[in-house]
Design a binder for this molecule. Structure first.
Ligand SMILES: NC(=O)c1ccc[n+]([C@@H]2O[C@H](COP(=O)([O-])OP(=O)(O)OC[C@H]3O[C@@H](n4cnc5c(N)ncnc54)[C@H](OP(=O)(O)O)[C@@H]3O)[C@@H](O)[C@H]2O)c1
Length: 259
């Protein structure tokens, strides 16, 4: 009997999704990327049931740029609900969702992405298809994304934010393993984090230096309960987290991030 499986990757052209697709294909499985570029808008779900015929498992790596809680909530809830509905109709065995460590009770303002992620987790676990939620900490390159989004005139406003960043390739390995394994429970959950506790501002300085980019990191004070929890380190590894992948410095030396 062949062990070849057919796995759909929602957001399969994105940063994480493309790595999941590449790993599945390298291991001899069929990977189907579900994105608007490949003809499926997951917020409407049109054509999704058809696309999921013969699919064993789905990995949800979708994302959007907005941080407005209403927009992130509507997006992630719609995508998760449509994947569950069409997945159940097509006989999918498991839906694996990539989420973020420590997001319970966090949201709003600069952290509006987390409102959407909690809605995504709830919507996927509300469906019929067995689920696995992998919560990861921020990726090693996260501070680079922050520079690209937020730095103006060589100045990056950055809150006090302890992080424990993780290697994105190791996260992709975990997602693939969860998609290929046989589910033994209706709702599996796993947390993963990288090896080192660091400050986001220090990682931003290191990335800017590696890019040859002049950057002044200015500490900003964000008001509110979410910012307070973040300052206290809620985004770092939970006690249940498994430590995976290499360090930030190893990643930086290998990736040589460009602007
Ligand atoms: N960055 C971090 O540090 C971090 C840490 C932990 C977890 N995560 C989670 O990782 C996940 C993936 O992030 P990423 O950086 O890989 O995202 P990304 O690079 O922005 O990719 C997003 C993907 O979603 C697809 N997409 C967007 N809207 C869609 C729609 N309406 N229908 C179908 N596909 C759609 C995009 O393809 P099209 O544009 O072609 O549709 C793309 O393939 C996110 O949910 C994030 O919360 C991130």
């Amino acid at each position: 009997m062949s062990n070849r499986k057919r796995i759909a990757v929602a957001g399969g052209t994105g940063l994480v999704g493309a790595k999941v697709v590449a790993r599945l294909e390298a291991a001899g499985h069929d990977a189907v990327a579900l994105t608007r570029r490949t003809g499926i808008d997951l917020t409407t779900g049109d054509g999704l049931e058809e696309a999921l015929r013969g699919v064993d498992a789905v990995v949800d790596c979708t994302s959007l740029e907005s941080r407005k809680p209403a927009e992130t909530t509507a997006f992630f809830r719609a995508v998760a609900t449509n994947l569950q509905r069409a997945g159940a109709a097509a006989g999918v065995r498991r839906i694996v969702t990539l989420s973020i460590v420590g997001i319970d009770g966090l949201g709003g303002g600069a952290f509006g992405h987390y409102d959407g992620k909690r809605a995504q987790e709830a919507a996927t676990e509300a469906g019929e298809v067995p689920t696995a939620i992998l919560r990861a900490t921020q990726f090693h390159g996260f501070a680079g994304q922050l520079i690209d989004w937020m730095a103006v005139g060589g100045v990056l406003p950055c809150p006090k934010q302890p992080v424990q960043t993780v290697e994105v390739d190791a996260v992709a390995d975990e997602l693939v393993a969860l998609a290929l394994e046989e589910p033994t429970e209706q709702h599996a959950r796993k947390d993963v984090a990288g090896p080192d506790k660091r400050m986001l501002a220090d990682l931003a300085r290191a990335i800017a230096k590696a890019r040859g980019q002049r950057l002044l990191v200015v500490r900003v004070w964000l008001p509110g309960a979410t910012a307070k929890k973040v300052r206290k380190g809620v985004l770092q590894a939970s006690p249940r987290a498994e430590i995976i992948g290499g360090t930030f410095e190893e990643w930086l030396a290998r990736e040589r991030p460009a602007r």
